[in-house]
Structure formats: structure tokens, C-alpha cells
Design a binder for this molecule. Structure first.
Ligand code: ADP
Ligand code: MG
Length: 694
């Protein structure tokens, strides 16, 4: 089938609606999608009926409200369309009520105490700004998930709220520049998705991969990524077949999968879609992760989305490319054609510097997880210090502005100087920096700290909110100013002065940067445990309240869920390690030792005069076995002392300070013998096998 024939074929999109809905209904829905306004019930009822007919024609028998609880993955509960008739028999039914609102016994989803146990239900509400689609013969309706008193139990609701906040404030700025045409400003996001593929039969033999998604043991393969021969390398036929099917499945769902290539690490790949408005991009990324996994299975492979499946080689991230654009398609992150447009660009740029500098803690929190902790700060992953890369030229322009100088580009003689000190900003800034967590790439910002398994919703909620808040403060000042032009220049200069410490164009991987960042007073929050307390700082609660994104209880609930998740994941990893070490690894070492011992004894009897070759290794293994036993006992003890009664933050600190070092100790004591014990006695596939299995 041709891509143009299958693209969007499983989506109840504008084309389908236009051909199926009465004109007024279609117009009303379009209005709702464009403005986020409420949908009248009669309209919803007509839409529901038409949606059902369409779904039945595509072989569906069930529908589900598809939502994104705080687990970070998606949830669905299927209901069939059947409705019994009085005289026997059934009809297929689906009304406005079922479309717009669903109920869900949500007591098993994490809510961080938001839902009292006596009120276990939550409800899902249709998000008409995201298209319904068909997945595995189920009609899926994208929904928000809330408690009965309206508190958000999901990741979509705050994202939608933050998009509204951003729109409100960005429009105020545009109006100041005389733009009365724009009706909506939206964040656009392209999320590049990295992942690993390994053979399913090998995966099945490793309990760590099965239970935790990453390897908890394993010494480095002889050949990792040193030769850089995997990056952009030719794709194996098996992976190629997988990618072909993956693209088709994604295209059917209207997900614009565009770029695919091998990544730096062996067995690692990347898929990038074309950017979309943030809410759709977020839904689509959730779907993409699910379809990656499902399609891999069809090819007898496992898709690992964990941020750090293998030690010693690159982990997987999800680059969040983010820009703002008006409903007329003007990208506000792009230098303009005229001095006034450049001034507007600079104002938005300054708002970003302010947003990232003031809310670095929240951005860091939005990418915090036990699994991303394993990735950030090592092997080609951005450090846990937030900074912004602007490139030399843009930085020089800001520098000139700040010091009331005129920027002169050495090689370009003629410059158009606009208002006051503003130079013409080049539109083709092409500097690239691959080490920065937050890099300007010409017409968008690329946030690289997001982890491969995470929902993009939270990061974009923070970006939108922080940006909205900066723009609000700007608009307050500028609307009250007598001379807009003068006030705006002053504002730009003051903002540069105040927030330039967040700009860093150098190598973020280098340890010199850590020292420099400390001098600049930038935050360096290395683990979930470190950032957890920042979530509920007064200023953060105030920010979210001001922008109407989270209320206080919603923030506390998220802190609770993050802390709980962190501790649970680390405990599961620790228990898995113990089982593997005691039941598989130590027995293998013992078996090999026995073999060596038997051989040694034999030689001793036959060749009593000669030194025994096995003795040295046997003695080493004996010591290593001892180490492994004692590391197991230590970890066991650490596990039984988790301070469960002392609250999330205490538990998280305990995980960071006691459990994780204890796990590292056990890993080390088991990874060394892996290199010594006979290959056929080692109980599970090693890195070398896993990384070349597809
Ligand atoms: P790379 O970063 O690998 O050089 P690109 O910059 O071309 O690749 O694109 C990476 C991602 O950024 C893609 O998903 C692309 O659709 C997205 N993207 C491109 N332009 C924008 C934009 N204005 N806003 C948001 N995302 C964008
Ligand atoms: Mg990129």
C-alpha cells in the first residue's frame, strides 16, 4: 500500500469528519478544536453516532477512553457498543454521554493521595482537540482523567492548562507589537525517540531485563561504540523489516514518522516524527512508544525504552524540539525579516532565558526518574545542570546589547541597524552543540535531557508554564509603559543582565563546566532524591497557581508519586539483583571453581612435581565468591532497613545513599568473574550477545 493511501486511515480526522458529519456539526467541532471551547451536547451526540458507524465499518466492537495516568504510560478500559433490545437481540449504540465522559474505577492508579479511598472513582473526559483513532480494533478516544472534584489525575490535563496559559500571555505580547490577527499561540513539538532492539529469546533469559528493563549486571563488551561504526550505519535486514512495518502502523494512525537511523550505541536506533502541536505530539509519542514495543514483538524482538539498558555505552533520550507559533504559522522562535520582528524575537528569546534560569529546578524535575538518573551526566547525555546554548553569534549579539554596543560581524560589512542598538539577526544561525541540555537550533529549542521512556507531557507543561509566566511579567511591564520601544529595549537588556548566567556555549560534558556552573550559582540536582524537595517550594506552588496549571494538592500528589516510583523501582532492581546473584551468578562461579578444582586435583595426582596452573585462578575466584556473598548480604540488609515510615523524601534519600551504592558493590563483585568464568557456564546472555542480536 502506498503511504498516501494508508496515512491516517485509522483516524477519525478532519477528512473523515468532513465527509460524514452534517456541516453545522463539523463547523461546531472545528470551532471547539481551534479554540478549546465546550462542545454542545446535541453536537456531541451527532459526532458520537457518526464515529460509531465509522468504527463499526472498520471492524470495531469496542471503544475505550484512552488516557494518561501518572504512571507515565497510557491506560484503557474497553466497553463494547452492544445494547440489548427488549425482545432479545442487540443494537450497537454509542451516544454523547459515552463519548464525552466515562467513569473509571481508578483506585489502582497512582494518585499520590489525591483520591481518598472512599471515592475511588475518577472520570475521563473527551479531549476534542485530539483525534479519536482505532488501535487493535478498538475505537480509542483521547481523554483527560480527573477526580470527581476536578483534580487532574493524569498528564494531559496540566499540559492542556499550560498550553492555555502560554496562549494567553503570548497573545498579550503580540498585541503590543500590533499583531491583532493572531488568535492563538501554540507550542509545537517534535520528539526524537531513541530505543534499543534486542532479540526476544535472549531477553527472556535475563531476569533484569524482564523485570526492570535494563541490565543490572554485565561487564563491557570488547567492542562497544568506540569505533562509532553504528551511528548512521547500514540497517540490518531484520531491523529494516521492523522499521517498515513500524512506519506503516504509525502512518495509519496519522503519526508523521519521518526520520530513522542507527544511533551511536550498538543495537540503538532513533525515530523522529515531524513536529506537531504539543498536545497531539504528546499523544502521538505515547502511541509511538506502544507501537514500537508491539511491532518489535511481531519481529521476535524486544524494544527497550529504558534510558540506560546497558552500562558503558550511550543511553536513550528523547530530544524535545520546542517552538512557539501563531495560528498564522509564524514561528516566534525564528529571527525576523525586519528590525521590529527581530525585537519581538529577542523578547521571546529573553523570556526563554528567564524561564529556564528561574525554573531550572522544575525542568530538572520534569525529567527525573530512577531510570533517567542512570543516563543523565554520563556517556553523551546532557548533565543534570540546566544551561542554554545560543551559539556564538547570538550570544555576541546579546552581549553587545547588554553593553550598549553595536554588534559587528567580522565578515559581514553591511548591517541593517534597526531601532536603537538592534542589529539584524541572521536567520541561518547554524551553530550546533550536541552537549547542551537546552540548545537553540535556529528556529526552535532542543531540550535533550528528557528520557526515552518518559511521557513528554510534563516537560512541556513546565516549558509552557515557565514561558507563560515570563511573558506575563513582560506584558505587565510593557503594557504599563509610556514608550513601548524604550521599555522593551530596557527590558531586554535587564533580562540579559539578570539571566545570562544560564547561557553556556561550551562543552557541557566537561568537568570544568561543573565547576563553572557552581561558581555561577546554577543548580546541580543529580538524582530524583535531590530534586524531589524542590517540587513543593513555595515559589513553585505559587507559579503553578498563578498560571492555573496545578493546584497545591496536585503538586503534592505528583511529588508523592515520583518519590514512590523512585523507591519502588530501586527496590525492585535490588531484589532482582539479589535473586540473580544468589541463584544464578554465584552458582556459576562455584561450578567453574569446582571444574578448576577437579582439574587441579587431577594434575596434582598425575604431575606432583609441577606447579598447578589452575591454582591462581581458583584462588582469585574464591576471593571473588566471598566478595559476592558478602555483597549480597549487605544489600539484603540494606533492603530490609528502608525507612518506610519516614515519608517519601527520607526513603528516596535512603535509596540514593544506601541502596544504590550497595547495588553497585554487588554488581562489581559479579561483573569481574564474568570475564573469568567459562562462557558456557555463565547463566545468561552477556553484553556481547545482546548488542549484536538484531
Ligand atoms: P536534528 O536535530 O537531528 O538535526 P532536525 O532539527 O531536522 O533534526 O529535527 C528534529 C526534530 O525537530 C524533528 O522532529 C522535527 O520535526 C522537529 N522540528 C523541526 N522544526 C521544528 C519547529 N519549528 N518546532 C518544533 N519542532 C521542530
Ligand atoms: Mg535534533
Amino acid at each position: 500500500m502506498k503511504p498516501q493511501d494508508i496515512y491516517g486511515s485509522l483516524v477519525f480526522n478532519f477528512d473523515v469528519m468532513r465527509s460524514r458529519l452534517p456541516k453545522e456539526t463539523y463547523m461546531a467541532l472545528q470551532q471547539t478544536m481551534a479554540t478549546g471551547r465546550r462542545l454542545p451536547t446535541e453536537v456531541a451526540s451527532t459526532i458520537a453516532n457518526s464515529m460509531k458507524d465509522w468504527a463499526l465499518e472498520h471492524g470495531c466492537t469496542h471503544y475505550t477512553h484512552w488516557f494518561q495516568p501518572l504512571t507515565g504510560i497510557t491506560a484503557e478500559k474497553h466497553d463494547s457498543f452492544i445494547s440489548p433490545l427488549p425482545g432479545g437481540g442487540i443494537i450497537m449504540e454509542f451516544g454523547a454521554k459515552e463519548l464525552i465522559r466515562g467513569e473509571s474505577d481508578a483506585s489502582s492508579f497512582p494518585s499520590g493521595g489525591l483520591r481518598a479511598t472512599f471515592e475511588a472513582r475518577g472520570y475521563t473526559a473527551w479531549d476534542p482537540t485530539s483525534y479519536p483513532f482505532i488501535k487493535e480494533n478498538i475505537l480509542c478516544i483521547p481523554t483527560a482523567f480527573c477526580s470527581y472534584d476536578g483534580q487532574a489525575l493524569d498528564k494531559k490535563t496540566p499540559l492542556l492548562r499550560s498550553a492555555d496559559a502560554l496562549n494567553r500571555q503570548a497573545l498579550r505580547i503580540l498585541r503590543l507589537f500590533g499583531n491583532y490577527e493572531a488568535q492563538r499561540v501554540t507550542a509545537w513539538v517534535g520528539a526524537e525517540q531513541e530505543y534499543f532492539l534486542i532479540d526476544k529469546s535472549l531477553f527472556e533469559r535475563r531476569r533484569d531485563l524482564k523485570y526492570t528493563g535494563r541490565t543490572l549486571f554485565g561487564s563491557k563488551a570488547q567492542k562497544g561504540q568506540e569505533l562509532s561504526d553504528h551511528y548512521y550505519g547500514s540497517i540490518t535486514p531484520r531491523v529494516s523489516a521492523f522499521m517498515r512495518e513500524l512506519n506503516e502502523e504509525l502512518w495509519k494512525l496519522g503519526i508523521p514518522a519521518k526520520t530513522q537511523h542507527n544511533e551511536s550505541a550498538p543495537a540503538q536506533h532513533e525515530l523522529a516524527p515531524i513536529y506537531e502541536s504539543v498536545n497531539i505530539a504528546s499523544d502521538h509519542n505515547q502511541l509511538m512508544m506502544e507501537i514500537l514495543k508491539r511491532t518489535a514483538l511481531k519481529h521476535e524482538m524486544i524494544c527497550l525504552l529504558h534510558e540506560k539498558p546497558f552500562d558503558g555505552i550511550n543511553g536513550s533520550g528523547k530530544h524535545n524540539n520546542w517552538s512557539l507559533s501563531t495560528d498564522q504559522g509564524v514561528n516566534l522562535m525564528e529571527p525576523g525579516l525586519t528590525p521590529a520582528e527581530d525585537a519581538q524575537f529577542l523578547l521571546f528569546l529573553c523570556a526563554i532565558l528567564k524561564a529556564v534560569d528561574e525554573h531550572a529546578d522544575l525542568l530538572r524535575l520534569s525529567v527525573a526518574s530512577a531510570s533517567n538518573d542512570c543516563r543523565l551526566g554520563s556517556h553523551e547525555a546532557p548533565p543534570t545542570i540546566l544551561s542554554v546554548f545560543l551559539g556564538d553569534e547570538l550570544t555576541a549579539i546579546l552581549d553587545a546589547l547588554e553593553n550598549h554596543r553595536t554588534y559587528v560581524k567580522e565578515t559581514v560589512a553591511d548591517m541593517s541597524i534597526g531601532v536603537h542598538v538592534l542589529p539584524k539577526i541572521p536567520r541561518d544561525i547554524s551553530d550546533r552543540n550536541r552537549t547542551s541540555p537546552f540548545a537553540f537550533t535556529g528556529n526552535k529549542f532542543e531540550f535533550r535531557a528528557l528520557g526515552s521512556s518518559m511521557s513528554i507531557a510534563e516537560t512541556n507543561t513546565v516549558l509552557n508554564t515557565a514561558m507563560a509566566d515570563a511573558l506575563q511579567q513582560f506584558a505587565d511591564i510593557l503594557e504599563a509603559a509610556e514608550d513601548f520601544q524604550l521599555a522593551r529595549e530596557e527590558l531586554i537588556i535587564n533580562t540579559i543582565k539578570k539571566h545570562k548566567r544560564i547561557i553556556f556555549n561550551g562543552n557541557s560534558y566537561h568537568e570544568d563546566w561543573h565547576k563553572e556552573a557552581k561558581k555561577r550559582g546554577l543548580l546541580h540536582l543529580q538524582t530524583v532524591a535531590d530534586c524531589l524537595p524542590y517540587m513543593t517550594l513555595d515559589e513553585n506552588i505559587a507559579l503553578y497557581a498563578r498560571q492555573k496549571v496545578y493546584c497545591e494538592t496536585e503538586i503534592y500528589s505528583r511529588q508523592d508519586v515520583l518519590g514512590e516510583n523512585y523507591c519502588k523501582i530501586i527496590s525492585i532492581e535490588a531484589k532482582t539483583m539479589l535473586d540473580m546473584a544468589r541463584q544464578e551468578i554465584i552458582p556459576a562461579i562455584v561450578r567453574y571453581s569446582k571444574l578448576l578444582g577437579e582439574s587441579a586435583a587431577l594434575k596434582q595426582a598425575l604431575l606432583p612435581q609441577e606447579p598447578i596452573a589452575e591454582a591462581g585462578t581458583l584462588s582469585t575466584l574464591n576471593q571473588l565468591t566471598k566478595n559476592a556473598f558478602s555483597a549480597c548480604d549487605d544489600l539484603d540488609k540494606s533492603l530490609s532497613n528502608v525507612p518506610l515510615d519516614e515519608g517519601r523524601i527520607a526513603c528516596a534519600n535512603y535509596c540514593r545513599d544506601i541502596l544504590i551504592p550497595s547495588m553497585a558493590q554487588l554488581r562489581q563483585s559479579c561483573d569481574i568473574p564474568e570475564k573469568i568464568v567459562a562462557r558456557d557456564l555463565w547463566p545468561f546472555p552477556i553484553y556481547e550477545d545482546l548488542l549484536s542480536s538484531t
